[in-house]
Design a protein around this ligand. Structure first.
Ligand code: ATP
Length: 235
């Protein structure tokens, strides 16, 4: 397994937001975390990328224990995080946002090569590379956030709510790109409010309820599960 989260607990002060979650993700696979607001999905991703300290448990990536490792070192090992809300540098150009994603990379040629690869995935970013990020549409901003994550040449991409606030045609575009990531061999861990989309895209899924995993399994099985259908797939 590329990524293994073992029985992690995470607190905000005294409140336990994640209550012993275990999950795994492998190369060329999409895993999804679905669940209501506040179930602990974002906190789990923030714990993996080192942005939120865990209280107990272990996180392993590519044979190395990473809980307690500094976030920039975790990026350097190959874990990229595309946060909810995109968090772009709005007053910087598209190109500069992409370069910022490669801040750990000293090899300028490799940065240029990676940028060309990003432009292959997202031709619109090439066209708009001189524009300020804040002038992009919501969908384009999501693409820039994904492109910026790719600039770090990751092995696993953690994606928090990529479809949030996007028009339906753009949700389809983003879904196609996530599918491409899988085909290239990235591992993707996807959080989605849109559970139908998430389970269609993913190989396996975890249903989080109030900080714990209520159900897990192959996505095709979860889609047939009565509880999942009723609670998350609109019946
Ligand atoms: P959402 O879709 O709303 O982001 P989520 O499943 O990602 O939901 P989390 O954001 O991980 O859930 O939140 C889990 C719990 O932790 C919630 O009870 C939330 O109120 C709490 N929480 C999240 N962030 C903080 C914070 N910075 N300080 C205090 N409590 C927090």
């Amino acid at each position: 397994m590329l990524l293994e989260v073992k029985n992690i607990r995470v607190h905000y002060d005294k409140v336990e937001a994640v209550k012993g979650i275990s999950l795994s993700a492998d190369k060329g696979m999409i895993s999804t975390l679905i669940g209501a607001n506040g179930a602990g999905k974002s906190t789990t991703l923030r714990a993996i990328s080192g942005l939120k300290k865990i209280t107990s448990g272990e996180i392993w990536f590519d044979g190395q224990r990473i809980d307690g490792v500094a976030p920039h070192k975790i990026v350097g090992l190959g874990v990229a995080h595309v946060p909810e809300g995109r968090r772009l540098f709005g007053l910087m150009t598209v190109r500069h946002n992409l370069v910022a994603g490669a801040y750990l990379q000293n090899d300028k040629k490799l940065v240029e090569k990676t940028m060309d690869e990003v432009f292959e995935h997202f031709p619109v970013l090439k066209e708009r590379q001189k524009q300020l990020a804040k002038t992009l549409s919501g969908g384009e901003q999501q693409m820039l956030a994904m492109g910026r994550a790719l600039m770090a040449r990751p092995k696993v991409i953690l994606m928090d709510e990529p479809s949030l606030g996007l028009a339906p045609f753009m949700v389809i575009e983003i879904a196609k790109i996530i599918q491409q990531f899988k085909e290239i061999g990235f591992s993707v861990v996807l959080i989605e409010q849109n559970a139908v989309l998430a389970l269609r895209l993913a190989d396996s899924g975890y249903v989080l309820e109030t900080g714990s995993i209520a159900l897990e399994g192959p996505s095709k099985d979860l889609m047939k599960n009565e509880h999942v259908k009723k609670a998350y797939l609109g019946g």
